[in-house]
Write a protein that binds this ligand. Structure first.
Ligand code: ATP
Length: 206
């Protein structure tokens, strides 16, 4: 029996933007994923963020037209999950016999060697990495950077499988969207229309 291929796409999504949707779509078509589960981080410990309910609702609306994409519910333990490893464990309990693709941008993948419980999570997923412009001076090619991550983990005897999602570089970020709102610039074409309306209705980021 072939296992269902399920993508997990975690993030703060403050707010969700077109690059997120493009990445999920790229991973779906490239790896033949049956579904993508979007997991909105409840309380990112490293940055101040918009209340979870708003961020969750914006993701829900952004993916509403996709029958193969779901959002992890806000009413159960996903909300409390502090670490990616807990999220994966919970999903594995709900969908046993699946193969897991963790979808993330290059900047996030570069932090994997510092993730809590990486010994468990890193070998359990296929790491599906979206290219992303990195800040700072010119950086090495994505292939080289990803190889370095794999080598770093190998020093702890952690073996990972990873692939780059074949996508163009997209310079959209949630911080850019928030900055545009703050500067009263248009965010049309940076976020889906429903998200744009939600942001203006609830006067987020002003
Ligand atoms: P912020 O600007 O507030 O840091 P963000 O745009 O990175 O936010 P997140 O919700 O933190 O949004 O990102 C969720 C995931 O999507 C992360 O793995 C991140 O690397 C990835 N991601 C976000 N934007 C892009 C992009 N433009 N290209 C590639 N990956 C991206």
């Amino acid at each position: 029996m072939t296992k269902d291929k399920i993508g997990i796409f975690g993030g703060t999504f403050d707010p969700v933007h077109w690059a997120h949707l493009l990445i999920a779509e790229g991973a779906c078509s490239q790896f033949g994923l049956e579904q993508v589960i979007w997991v909105v981080n409840s309380r990112p410990h490293y940055k101040r963020s918009t209340p979870f309910e708003h961020r969750w609702e914006m993701v829900r609306q952004a993916i509403a037209d996709r029958h193969d994409w779901t959002i992890a519910p806000r009413s159960d333990n996903f909300v409390q999950a502090k670490y990616a490893s807990q999220t994966l464990q919970q999903l594995q309990a709900i969908y046993p016999d699946s193969s897991w693709y963790w979808i993330l941008g290059l900047d996030t993948f570069l932090t994997l060697p510092r993730w809590y419980h990486r010994q468990e999570i890193a070998p359990a997923c296929e790491w599906s990495i979206a290219p992303r412009p990195l800040s700072g001076s010119e950086s090495p090619p994505i292939q080289v950077l990803c190889d370095r991550v794999a080598q770093q983990l190998a020093t702890e005897s952690i073996d990972i499988r990873w692939q780059i999602i074949d996508l163009p570089l997209v310079g959209i970020s949630a911080s850019l969207v928030r900055q545009y709102c703050c500067d009263r610039r248009s965010i049309r074409y940076l976020v889906p229309e429903a998200v744009k309306i939600y942001i203006s209705t609830h006067q987020l980021y002003v």
